[in-house]
Design a protein around this ligand. Structure first.
Ligand code: KIV
Ligand code: NA
Length: 263
């Protein structure tokens, strides 16, 4: 059965974990779909893992459109979310709508934007016009220069309060999912419990409603330095399909992430 925005809402209600992975092409989309991955994210991490760049900032709308189209072609059951690249949505709700609409026309079923409460107006604008939104808070890779590096977000009490406030504001604005990156597990848990909509975590502990990893990280393909929250599921697997199935099983059974992957 096709996974929809309603399936994900119901999974949260039923306490079933959501397994999400990034995906950049049709063959992997088909494989991930067969392995039971619920959501495929056409992440702008393709700037890092496909293009070999140092950040996601140079990724363009044209590139995101191309990868969204080819992923959507390979996905049958899984829901397809496309990242809105740097500078494609920050200017105004109208700019965001124009670019989100292009991604939806290319085959995305939801778009993902980075940013906290400052993006609430834009989220509302998109959702009111029929475009579901996954909002990415905590560490936001497109803001790496503003952070001055790869830093865990929400560590101090003040930062944690801002994160909680942002999550609630984004839910009120109509976001379908809140995704948290590199956030202390206790904070991600509190946010998850305070929201009716599902949360997805990456480096946010085991208590979010679902997990996401970059495909090339969890298959051990990416040559760069591994973040603490990454696990290579090819270790112990005999095939890529097996590794992805092991990931899905580990997410569904709350065996991943473990303490060692958590802040
Ligand atoms: O682009 C990406 O891969 C992402 C995930 C890390 C959530 O945004
Ligand atoms: Na991204």
């Amino acid at each position: 059965m096709k996974t929809t925005i309603n399936t994900l809402a119901k999974m949260k209600q039923d306490g079933q974990k959501i397994a999400m992975l990034t995906c950049y092409d049709a063959s992997f989309a088909s494989l991930l779909d067969d392995a039971g991955v619920d959501v495929l994210l056409v992440g702008d991490s393709l700037g890092n893992v496909i293009q070999g760049r140092g950040s996601t900032l140079p990724v363009t709308m044209e590139q995101m459109l191309y990868h969204t189209e080819i992923v959507a072609r390979g996905a049958k059951q899984a829901l397809v979310i496309a990242d809105m690249p740097f500078a494609s949505f920050q200017l105004s709700p109208a700019q965001a709508y124009e670019n989100a609409a292009r991604l939806m026309a290319a085959g995305a079923e939801m778009v993902k934007l980075e940013g906290g409460m400052v993006m609430a107006e834009t989220v509302d604008f998109l959702v009111q016009r029929g475009i579901p939104v996954c909002q990415h808070i905590g560490f936001q890779p497109q803001s790496v220069n503003a952070y001055g590096g790869y830093k865990v977000q929400g560590k101090s009490d003040t930062e944690a309060e801002v994160l909680k406030r942002d999550a609630l504001a984004l839910q009120a604005a109509g976001a379908a999912i809140v995704l948290m990156e590199m956030v202390p597990a206790t904070v991600a848990k509190a946010v998850t419990e305070s929201l009716a909509i599902p949360t997805i975590g990456i480096g946010a502990g085991v208590d979010t409603d679902g997990q996401v990893l970059v495909l090339y990280d969890m298959l051990g393909v990416f040559p760069g330095k591994k973040a603490r929250f990454v696990k290579n599921f090819m270790l112990g697997a005999t095939s890529i399909q097996g590794a992805v199935e092991a990931y899905v099983k580990a997410v569904k059974g709350s065996a991943f992430p473990a303490e060692e992957h958590t802040f």
